[in-house]
Design a protein around this ligand. Structure first.
Ligand code: DP6
Length: 352
């Protein structure tokens, strides 16, 4: 088992004058959700997610020797001052793990494959890409990572930027948070899902209905915090732990119905925790609920394996197996797009 000590670096860097690195990282969608954390980004319960294919962030970092560290961030060529402040704080917080970091000034250029206003969170793919860039810089300064350690350290660093980001470093299914059934699992970084996966779950489709485009009212950071004095928090954490164990069996067996039931329960529980926080908040929109009813109705009528999950927002992720994708996608196009704000959706999938 690795501890925080394993990520502290005392490497005698060769401080080059300047350089440039780039990296790309995909977004992910959780099946068992992370909601609630302790100090230093330690999750209150383990989570599992699919890393997506098309929804990703591409980032480049130019670095140059400087008296004092500074950070500039451009999103699609537009200067982002608030984001830069956040990244600078983040860089300062990870000095122990990358001691070169304070010796340079940075210009970060970043681009998301999904529209900025889509309401799709870019923090997972964004921090994943930055963490990969930072590891690349360490390599340019001479540090050598054993192959497994490279991704693991990127995952560790990404977690400190945004919890869910640490799962995005691996394609397919990734687990973050200690669980007795997964020996390698850790609260400090994510690991690839280590068990057999049934064909049904190998190329899962994720079509995202953009029900609400634009910023959400309450950030995840605030949402996590509200679990600190939440009457149902402990029950929720225990249930998520149990749900991850069930998910391991489901993924092996190929039971689509059990998969859908668990995934939808997780999504609705996440939002139930929001509804029962003090103060309460609601991130679903009326059209989120209307679309859910339509999905349930469709399933009842046709038996097709179409399920939904939600992130901390109003948008609906529609999950379905590749083998049924043509008929289900037709239904989505004809019957579900009307619930979106502008007819917009993102078609994605997870490839194992
Ligand atoms: C609802 O990872 O965005 O998407 O660690 O504060 O950055 P921070 O939170 P974040 O939390 C989002 C959680 C979620 C569920 C999940 O992805 O597991």
């Amino acid at each position: 088992m690795m501890t925080e000590q394993n990520f502290i670096s005392e490497f005698p860097y060769n401080f080059v004058e300047k350089g440039e690195v780039q990296a790309q990282c995909s977004s992910n969608i959780a099946l068992v959700k992370y909601w609630g954390k302790y100090a230093n980004q330690i999750p209150a319960n383990p989570s599992i997610s699919y890393t997506l294919t098309n929804s990703c962030t591409q980032t480049s970092i130019q670095f140059e020797k400087a008296e004092k560290m500074s950070v500039k961030v451009f999103l699609d060529e537009v200067l982002q001052e608030k984001f830069a402040e956040k990244i600078e704080k983040y860089f300062n917080s990870i000095q122990k793990y990358l001691p070169f970091i304070t010796q340079y000034q940075y210009v970060i250029r970043t681009h998301n494959s999904f529209p900025h206003s889509s309401g799709i969170a870019s923090s997972a793919s964004g921090f994943g890409a930055i963490a990969l860039c930072l590891i690349e810089i360490a390599e340019q300064l001479g540090e050598v990572f054993p192959s497994e350690m490279k991704k693991r350290k990127a995952s560790f660093l990404a977690r400190l930027g945004s919890g869910s980001a640490c799962r995005s470093l691996y394609g397919g299914l990734a687990v973050w948070g200690k669980h007795e059934k997964i020996h390698e699992s850790s609260d400090l970084y994510a690991v690839p899902f280590p068990f057999e996966i049934h064909e049904n779950f190998k190329k899962i489709q994720d079509t995202v209905l953009l029900i609400h485009e634009g910023e959400k009212k309450v950030s995840s950071t605030v949402g996590h915090k509200l679990l600190e004095n939440h009457p149902y928090a402990q029950v929720r954490f225990a249930e998520a732990y149990k749900n991850l164990a069930s998910m391991i069996d489901i993924l092996r067996s190929g039971d689509l119905e059990a998969f859908g039931q668990l995934v939808e329960h997780e999504a609705l529980t996440l939002h139930a925790m929001m509804l029962t926080s003090t103060p309460a908040f609601i991130l679903m929109k009326p059209m989120t609920v209307a679309a859910i009813e339509k999905i349930w109705n469709y399933r009842k009528l046709t038996g097709q394996p179409l399920y939904f999950t939600l992130d901390a927002g109003a948008n609906i992720h529609l999950l379905y197996p590749e083998k049924d994708k043509n008929v289900i996608f037709n239904f989505i196009k004809n019957d579900l797009l009307k619930y979106t704000e502008n007819g917009d959706y993102i078609r994605d999938e997870s490839r194992l």
